[in-house]
Design a protein around this ligand. Sequence first.
Ligand code: ATP
Length: 143
Amino acid sequence: MRYEFSAGGVVYKKVRSTSSGFKYLILIGQHSGHKGWVFPKGLIGDHKKKEGKEDTAIREVKEETGVEANIEKALTPITYWYVWEEEKRRKTVYYFIMKATGGKIENHDWEMSDVKWVNVEKVEDTLTYPSDKKVWEEARKLL
Ligand code: ATP
């Protein structure tokens, strides 16, 4: 069995809305390998030795979605299991609420086959995995 640790973001932006003044949009991508709709994230320490959770989250969000974002608050970590090359893996993911500051989703890399900004009402149904829905449940209350 192997333990893995990743970090990523529940990234939001506040935009003008005709009806209610402002609304929040949330950044979600479709993983190009397993095709699930997920929040952007990546392995801690995969690129640079000793890179911390926060820096990993900022870098992965930028690479996977094209969006630059700042960390605002840590969310409760989630854990899931999967099997890769006949080995059981337990992955813990540290997500942060992050505020978009720039960039463009058109500049996302190959790790996502699609990236979109989703209305808060549609986030739960768009997400593929129960653990991500749990993260969203917590994040939504803090927005
Ligand atoms: P990372 O983005 O952390 O570098 P990765 O892109 O290599 O990781 P994962 O997204 O962790 O890989 O996917 C590995 C396996 O876990 C896939 O089979 C995927 O379907 C499954 N998986 C991904 N996210 C979740 C989740 N939140 N809950 C359960 N299973 C998941």
